[in-house]
Ligand binder design. Structure first.
Ligand code: GDP
Ligand code: IMO
Ligand code: MG
Length: 431
């Protein structure tokens, strides 16, 4: 039996949704373990595109989809997503979707604080998605958060909201010069969410544990990417949760011995949305070409994604931090038609070679990527279904990547559709 974790290796949007949708065929349960609706995961099946922000990307394969304790959940967005999916004929009833009673809830003041803080920071802003993610995790860490278990208990909920609104309103008004909120209005709105979501709420750690005991297979779906991790990413230009594979355990309520494999999703080049360091970023027409061909717009905010060459310094970091057992390379088709491709394999910091990703952003800002040049290809590779049939230069690009990161490529994606994929080694069947 296999239980596999999927994580992003770069700065998010690597194509996790596509790979999770593909591999979910072999799983019984798909679990999100961190983040919130800052995530935008795209699945395309026979030309039809579905973007999910909270419901795990196993939903199109009709699998049990679990929202783990490690998430911060905006109930309004979740209800909207359940409706959007069911309007498309997808079963999103409480037998299919389950929410951890311990997951934290994004409240109106979290979104307001997120926006107001970014406004105040001006050109120093992080470029958050504005979904209230950071402020919700902040309240979780300072033990003032509201959980689903509180939402369905009217007395506790009312007490908590009144107590916290006093403090939030003081901060909103006096520090952030923002509007204040009426706790009774919040309670009224959220009690409707409670009625709707109550049947979905349970102790999902028990559900997962019992399922594994019964021989079922679990796929853990990471959000964001390794370099947006609160500890290991380009702090403070990061999200507010641990995005690395180890947090699949903490954020879903399972023990580490259950995990049998970790697949890192690697976009064939690099993108980043929002502010923060990005050593291999391109500012020329090749960057524009990649942005256009790859349709690199944020699936959550619609912002243009910054584009750059493949950076194996960050990928090696991801291999170590996540314990990757394999990688899935996505969007390889997008690189077609570029004469010379570049792969960064180290940084030059004032004449000194750095092979590991520095923590100090001032050092990072001075790092110049050192590239290896590789010949590109012009063929359309999106119809190819076997690695052997890929053009020689495409195969060379992949073996260079595989050698630099010392991790096997298990999956190659050459188009957004579920079918546009070459599976070399299915992680659920790997011995
Ligand atoms: P995620 O957040 O990691 O799930 O990734 P997103 O869904 O935000 O962004 C990935 C985008 O690339 C989506 O629009 C996908 O449909 C698309 N995509 C995924 N794999 C491929 C691929 O191999 N080729 C192309 N051209 N597009 C892809
Ligand atoms: P998926 O799961 C790309 C980025 C934001 C911002 C930073 C902090 O689709 O890969 P936050 O709202 O989390 O406080 O913003 O993190 N960010 C993402 N970038 N993909 C994502 O998710 C992201 N989720 C957050 O742009 O720079
Ligand atoms: Mg995304």
């Amino acid at each position: 039996m296999s239980n596999i974790v999927i994580v992003g290796t770069q700065w998010g949007d690597e194509g996790k949704g596509k790979v999770v949708d593909l591999l979910a065929e072999h799983a019984d349960i798909v679990v999100r373990f961190q983040g919130g609706n800052n995530a935008g995961h795209t699945m395309v099946v026979k030309g039809e595109q579905i973007i999910s922000h909270l419901v795990p990307s196993g939903i199109l394969q009709n699998k049990t989809c679990i929202i783990g304790n490690g998430l911060v959940v905006d109930p309004e967005v979740l209800i909207g997503e359940l409706d959007y999916l069911s309007e498309r004929g997808i079963d999103t009833g409480p037998d299919k979707v389950k929410i951890s009673e311990r997951a934290h809830i994004i409240m109106p003041y979290h979104k307001q604080v997120d926006h107001a803080r970014e406004r105040m920071k001006g050109d120093k802003k992080i470029g958050t998605t504005g979904r209230g993610i950071g402020p919700a995790y902040e309240d979780k860490a300072t033990r003032r958060g509201v959980r689903f278990v509180d939402l369905i208990n009217p007395e506790t909920f009312s007490e908590k909201v009144h107590a916290i609104c006093d403090e939030k309103n003081f901060y909103l008004k006096n520090y952030l010069s923002s509007e204040t909120l009426d706790p009774d209005e919040i309670i009224e709105t959220y009690s409707k969410y409670a009625d709707r979501l109550a049947p979905y709420i349970e102790n999902v750690s028990v559900t997962i544990y019992e399922s594994i005991k019964d021989g079922k297979q679990v796929l853990f779906e990471g959000a964001q990417g390794t370099h947006l991790d609160i500890d290991h990413g380009t702090y403070p230009f990061v999200t507010s949760s641990n995005t690395v594979a180890g947090n699949a355990c903490g954020g879903a309520g399972v023990g580490p011995k259950e995990i049998t494999g970790v697949i890192g999703i690697v976009k064939a080049y690099t993108t980043r949305v929002g502010a923060g360091p990005f050593p291999a970023e391109l500012f020329d027409e090749i960057g524009d070409q990649i942005q256009k061909t790859g349709a690199e717009f944020g699936a959550t905010t619609g912002r243009k994604r910054r584009c750059g060459w493949l950076d194996t310094v960050i990928l090696r970091n991801a291999v170590r931090l996540n314990g990757l057992t394999g990688i899935a390379v996505t969007k390889l088709d997008v690189l077609g038609g570029i004469d010379t491709l570049k792969i960064c394999d180290r940084y030059d910091y004032k004449g000194k070679i750095l092979k590991d990703f520095p923590a100090d952003l001032d050092i990072l800002a001075e790092c110049k990527p050192v590239y290896e040049n590789l010949p590109g290809w012009t063929e359309d590779i999106s119809q190819i279904r076997s690695k052997d049939d890929l053009p020689e230069n495409t195969k060379n690009y992949l073996s260079k990547l595989e050698n630099l990161v010392e991790t096997p490529i298990d999956i190659i994606s050459i188009g957004p559709d579920r079918d546009e994929t070459i599976v070399i080694n299915n992680p659920f069947k790997k011995s």
